[in-house]
Design a binder for this molecule. Sequence first.
Ligand code: SAM
Length: 231
Amino acid sequence: MTSATDDKTIVRNYFNAQGFDRWSRIYGDGQVNKVQRDIRDGHQQTVDHVLYWFKQDGNAEGLTVCDAGCGVGSLSIPLAAMGARVSASDISEKMVEEASIRAKDVLQPEAVPTFEAKDLETLDGSYHTVVCLDVLIHYPQDKAGDMLAHLSALAQERLIVSFAPKNPFYTVLKRIGEFFPGPSKATRAYLHSEAEIRAALKANGWEIKRQEFTATQFYFSRLLEAVKASD
Ligand code: SAM
């Protein structure tokens, strides 16, 4: 078994068990502790940036969107509410089930995304936009490169990804987190070299159109919107 397979098995098991409990709470609106509240707010900013880009472009209606690693639907659901035709998937059955319940609660039946429990590297199809938020953090750099290549092949016009960028400050913060692991912080987190992520996107024929960076006390994420490079 390769280490990437190990990573995937660990991640799937985590998000079907204690990771599900932790993250479905963080990505919800119930009571959480201060750290989780901070992460919830930071993550919401990332989601809001993506939704804002769709609004700025004014073309969400009818657009095909693949939300790879959709979690509990934090992005898929509001995007579907804007009229996008969303295909949402996640490696964790529990996360996808929860996303489907949340979607059916708030959306008109015809707007509900299709949900599927699937590793993003086994997805197929062709979509105007592919989005992958806060998923690469679970994988090392070489695996992230493979994933970006696969997602690139699914995207006709645009690929939107977020990741935790590597820099000295965040490397120290992450080490501190590893010294004092909370009971439900059971997965490894990988920081990524921004230069390498950008190079991987370029190698797959993309150029960066818009970008954002979100940093709260415990959450940090670089968001890149890549569009087809002009010749
Ligand atoms: N993208 C969602 C969001 O921003 O709300 C969820 C982010 S959560 C930190 C990471 C999610 O990625 C989890 O739901 C996890 O199950 C999923 N995931 C991890 N590895 C994956 C893979 N190889 N394929 C699909 N989903 C994956």
